[in-house]
Write a protein that binds this ligand. Structure first.
Ligand code: BES
Ligand code: ZN
Length: 639
């Protein structure tokens, strides 16, 4: 059994999330994936959707799909209920990408076909499906199937799973990939409920971002009901040889057998996190909170699919040191899933709030020390990342600037957002800030918000009471200004000071490496140590570090990542076999992208990078492939 170690922080890597929106090359197109959105696209209510959701909105979906592993396709139909906001609307425009549309008809009389048209494919947005609406609001049915390279799905061969016996399928819809497996209004501004019937090979189980019934169904047919309205990017499905283990009152794990017990141990604090979150921000409104452990090719750390967070196995470190990821995905049950950014340019309303709440939950469950160490690591990462970002991309809200669609995804939304909230908390005091957030989540529950709406609400409900502590100009600087305001509270921890002292003593020859007391170091201390080492490091020093701390064999995915990065930079060849193993077994973008980049920046290692990638690429998710292709100059064969 392999265990991976995850990463705690390093959100700086989120830059490669660029790939999120444009990663998927679409069908033949005259528009390049990397182009900015045009003026007319920016004028749309959501620049990332072609849907006419101001005139008509989806209210409920009913999916009936069969998973065809031989063809790597979902096949079936969706029934769409909708509501006309404009009584004169004649057409409904849906987002699609690379879907094969078979027919469109009335749901209750499938002989009555409706006329439809699929627009020209655009690399970023896909193709608009324009359907002539019937009189009234009669539900419509679309029969369709997905493309084997659908950007939002990954079809795994048995060898890419932990047991190597059965194939596996999972979705990743955020930000605009739901349209590659369901024709819908793919915008966070619209919410709908859904039901689904999914047919899978009888040895497998299907799970979704909905009420999951843990009973195995021998006929392979699984029913789902999602009674709370969600935006499209939270549509999620996974199919595999999944075992089930309930670990506490509200929490269960779905995982392939080898991951089940390790995950049950690793994520044992989840129930305590829920309790802490409810105390701070009000009731958890989604029923159960289950965790799905995916195969290692899952391209993210985690994804907050409601009722069932999707989690990378690379956070199973054996010591719960990387479970902040669970705090993060759980926190989205308030910030993101309950109160949702209306457009992707306001991602900070999801991710910044969530990163702040994550820190509060980590503090509640693991103590202040760990929270501060993670904050310090994140701040370092953010500062490094910002140094390379143009000013326009250093703002929290990017709706007013003409950004490439992909550039909204960076550590700015996460960590600058989080430090902004922490600044407000410290200014007004925890009691008032906690009460404010609790009330905010309740006020906007099941709604989408923009930065402007947030600011208006903040002015009325917090700034008015604390005018001297929260001046509008500073609030505006945080949200619309570049960089980090100097009012920022800088996290400081003795733990890292001790490490700095040790490094200094070793560096000036007054202490041996072996005499540094590392026995009780946590993952966060190791990461700080590796990042604070004086560089450049010569081969002899690398060897000494490896010999003393066995770093090339670290089973913690984050520590191994940082060590491999140093090994690449300073040409430490004994670590290369681990590097190859690492890159060919893990597909999490945050862990692999910086390693490929570092290799390509080193003349001698470019060839090795390309060789490793050739071997690893077929096992990577389409998003990860699109992220790494340009780095290693690989000619993409995606679609
Ligand atoms: N929702 C995000 C992942 C995401 C963001 C997917 C944007 C697609 C577009 C998820 O909650 C997340 O932030 N994951 C992080 C967790 C980390 C910051 C603790 C990750 O995957 O690394
Ligand atoms: Zn998140």
């Amino acid at each position: 059994m392999f265990r991976f170690m995850p990463i705690v922080t390093m959100r700086l890597f989120l830059i490669p999330l660029l790939i999120l929106l444009t990663a998927c090359q679409s069908l033949p197109t005259d528009k390049k994936a990397s182009e900015s959105l045009s003026e007319s696209e920016l004028q749309r209510p959501d620049p990332h959707s072609l849907a006419n959701f101001e005139d008509v909105v989806i209210t409920h979906l009913k999916l009936e799909l069969k998973t065809d592993f031989a063809d790597k396709a979902l096949k079936g139909h969706v029934v769409i209920n909708y509501k006309k906001l404009n009584p004169d609307v004649k057409y409904m425009v849906l987002d699609t990408r690379d879907l094969k549309i078979r027919r469109v008809s009335l749901a209750n009389d499938s002989k009555q076909q409706l006329s439809w048209q699929l627009g020209q494919a655009e690399a970023t947005l896909g193709s608009a499906l324009r359907i002539k609406l019937p009189e009234g609001e009669a539900a419509i049915r679309i029969d369709y199937q997905t493309h084997p390279k659908a950007s939002g799905l990954q079809w795994l061969n048995p060898t890419q799973t932990a047991t190597a016996k059965h194939p596996f399928l999972f979705s990743q819809s955020q930000a605009i990939h739901a349209r590659s497996w369901i024709p819908l209004q793919d915008t966070p501004a619209v919410r709908f409920t859904y039901q689904a019937q999914i047919e899978v090979p009888s040895a497998l189980r299907a799970v979704m971002s909905a009420k999951n019934n843990p009973e195995i169904n021998p006929d392979g047919i699984y029913q789902f009901d999602m009674p709370q309205a969600i935006p499209s990017y939270l549509m999620a499905i996974a199919v595999g040889d999944l075992q089930y283990k309930k670990i506490s009152e509200h929490v269960a794990i779905y995982a392939e057998q080898p991951f089940l017990e390790p995950a049950a141990y690793e994520f044992a604090k989840t129930e305590d996190m829920i309790t802490a979150a409810e105390k701070l921000y009000g009731e958890y409104r989604w029923g159960d909170y289950d965790l799905l452990v995916l195969p290692p090719s899952f391209p993210f750390g985690g994804m907050e699919n409601p009722r069932l967070s999707f989690i990378t196995p690379t956070v199973i470190a054996g010591d719960r040191s990387l479970d902040s990821l669970i705090a993060h995905e759980l926190a989205h049950s308030w910030s993101g899933n309950l109160v949702t950014n209306a457009r992707w340019c306001d991602l900070w309303l999801n991710e910044g709030f969530t990163s702040y709440i994550e820190a509060r939950l980590v503090e509640a469950v693991h103590g202040q020390q760990r929270m501060i160490m993670e904050a310090a690591l994140n701040l370092q990462g953010l500062q490094k990342e910002m140094a390379d970002l143009p000013e326009a991309e250093q703002r929290l809200s990017t709706c007013e600037v003409n950004l490439d669609s992909e550039d909204v995804f960076s550590g700015v939304a996460y960590d600058k957002g989080r430090f902004f909230l922490e600044w407000m908390e410290k200014q007004v005091g925890r009691a008032d800030f906690d009460a404010f957030l609790n009330q905010y989540f309740d006020h906007f529950a099941f709604k989408s918000v923009t930065s402007k709406q947030f600011i208006a609400y903040l002015q009325e409900n917090l700034m008015a009471q604390h005018a001297d502590k929260l001046p509008l100009d500073i609030v505006n600087t945080w949200i619309y200004g570049p960089g980090l305001p100097d009012v920022l509270y800088v996290p400081v921890t003795d733990k890292f000071e001790v490490i700095n002292d040790n490094i200094a003593a070793w560096h000036n020859g007054t202490r041996n490496l072996a005499d540094i007391e590392t026995d009780k170091w946590t993952t966060q201390e190791w990461l700080h140590f590796l990042r604070a080492l004086p560089t450049p490091l010569d081969k002899q020093t690398m060897q000494q570090l490896d010999k003393t701390f066995d770093l090339s064999n670290s089973q913690n995915s984050e520590i191994a990542h940082d060590w491999l990065l140093l090994s690449i930079r300073y040409h430490y060849e004994p670590a290369y076999s681990r590097l190859i193993k690492y890159l060919t077994t893990i597909g999490r973008m945050k862990l692999i992208v910086p390693l490929y980049k570092a290799m390509m920046e080193t003349d001698e290692l470019q060839h090795l990078a390309q060789r490793i990638y050739q071997k690893a690429r077929p096992g990577y998710h389409p998003l990860a492939q699109s992220a790494v292709d340009p780095i290693v100059n690989h000619q993409s064969d995606n679609l």
